[in-house]
Ligand binder design. Structure first.
Ligand SMILES: [Zn+2]
Ligand SMILES: [Zn+2]
Length: 348
């Protein structure tokens, strides 16, 4: 049986990730065997490395859910995809196909959903097995090291442009300038947010500088500045929309304080810690609190377009490109906030 090197999360304890030789997957009739062109490292991969994730992991599992590549072979029932096609992959590797969510195109919310990199083997390796329904063709003009960012783009687009309403001139605040927060800020900028305020910690200085590049009209270091004052200075009633993209549950209190009456709070960041929030402002201010999770087909088609046209400035996000064998440095660089995104290139 042919084998390949893979970044494997092998136990539910801190630092239980290593490079291992694993068998190359065998595909079924409706699958494609994808040769991975690029796979970006997600904050969630770094969480799994530290064993601080908020989700169940089927160890041992190959990490990596943000990926693209070339079709190496296609199962006999696959239509519309051929060997050599360049594609990006969605993340819902397993869905039931029959529940109310699946039947209405909201399969990302299927209770049986299993994602790459925690539920089934992911793409931090050379070949990955992917159900053909997950794949979207990409044009030659979109290189693999940017196309792999389609997944976090899809998270941000779904959060800001599907699950939130932004009209030109809306005051938008994004809490947390991690990769998802920055992409949420970029989507808000594209949707016409003005002012667009991005808030982070002193340790986020470089990320806040990137937020400026991506269209933030004001960035706030909450360790040194008064965020409430910065928001009310430009929008006295509060923000039309506050996006919580932090991994800290206590940020919900801040969001509920900053949002204007009849405004919206969209929560995309999450954490295993349970936090007792005071929800009275939600009632008192008539606020809509919206959770947002994952993404589906129309979101992916749109972000492939945005990436191809470089409307989201994806180059500003990628700070490190490395071969698979340097996975640890790629993870550490993100964990230590030296780069926003690391991209692994299994063919290099
Ligand atoms: Zn991700
Ligand atoms: Zn389902």
């Amino acid at each position: 049986m042919p084998t390949q090197l893979a970044v494997v999360h092998y136990a539910l304890e801190p630092q239980a990730v290593e490079l291992r030789e694993v068998p190359v997957a065998v595909i079924e009739a409706e699958d494609v065997l994808l040769e991975v062109g690029a796979v970006s490292v997600c904050g969630s991969d770094v969480h799994q490395f530290s064993n601080t994730q908020s989700w169940q992991v089927n160890v041992p599992v190959v990490l990596g859910h943000e990926f693209c590549g070339t079709v190496a072979s296609a199962g006999r029932s696959v239509r519309g995809l051929r060997e050599g096609d360049r594609v990006v992959s969605e993340t819902a590797a397993g869905i039931c196909g029959t529940c109310g969510m699946c039947r209405t195109g909201r399969y990302q919310l299927c209770p049986s959903r299993l994602g790459f990199g925690y539920g089934v083997d992911g793409a931090m390796t050379r070949f990955v097995r992917v159900p053909a329904r997950c794949l979207h063709p990409i044009p030659d003009a979109l290189p693999f090291d940017l196309a792999c960012l389609a997944e976090p783009h899809a998270v941000a687009f779904n959060a800001m442009c599907v699950n939130s309403t932004i009209r030109p001139g809306d005051a938008v605040v994004v809490l947390g300038p991690g990769p998802i927060g920055l992409l949420c800020a970029r989507m808000a900028a594209l949707a016409g947010a003005q002012p667009l305020i991005v808030a982070g910690l002193s340790a986020d200085a470089a990320r806040l500088a990137t937020a400026r590049q991506l269209g933030a009209t004001r960035v706030v270091d909450v360790d040194a500045e008064d965020l409430d004052a910065a928001v009310r200075d430009r929008s006295p009633l509060g923000a039309d929309l506050v996006c919580d993209a932090t991994g800290a549950s206590a940020a919900l209190d801040v969001a509920l304080r900053l949002v204007r009456p009849d405004g919206q709070v969209t929560k995309v960041g999450w954490s295993p810690e349970v936090h007792a929030a005071d929800l009275n402002p939600l009632v008192l201010k008539n606020v809509r609190l919206q959770g947002t999770f994952s993404h589906n087909f129309p979101v992916w088609e749109r972000v492939v377009h945005l990436l191809t046209e470089r409307l989201t400035m994806p180059e500003a996000i990628v700070g490190l490109r490395a071969p698979l064998t340097d996975w640890r440095e790629a993870f550490d660089a993100m964990h230590d906030r030296r780069v926003i995104k690391s991209v692994l290139l299994p063919l290099s």
